[in-house]
Design a protein. Structure first.
Length: 94
């Protein structure tokens, strides 16, 4: 994984007992949290969170622009597609 080198890995109990310490650490690098041997969360700084959400927004803008160039279906077609899929899902559960 990209974060393995020098990563901070703690347990849920550890963060519960020393939250302030790990909030400070998260300002410098992500803090990875395990509970019962499974990854459950990552604490990152607010600045990193903003950066990551901006990157995600840029990704989706790019995807929207690509879709616009290729042509896309309108609202009526989208609703009909979703209605059909929902009916298929309901029928499959019955």
């Amino acid at each position: 994984m990209f974060w393995e080198k020098g990563m901070i890995e703690i347990t849920a109990t550890e963060i519960k007992n020393r939250l302030g310490k790990y909030l400070e650490r998260a300002q410098k690098e992500p803090v990875f949290i395990k509970k019962s041997g499974r990854w459950v969360a990552v604490v990152v700084s607010y600045e990193d969170y903003k950066r990551l959400t901006r990157l995600e927004d840029m990704y989706w803008v790019e995807k929207a622009l690509e879709a616009e160039k290729e042509g896309f279906v309108g609202e009526k077609e989208s609703l009909e597609f979703l209605k059909t899929r929902l009916e298929e899902a309901v029928d499959a559960e019955a």
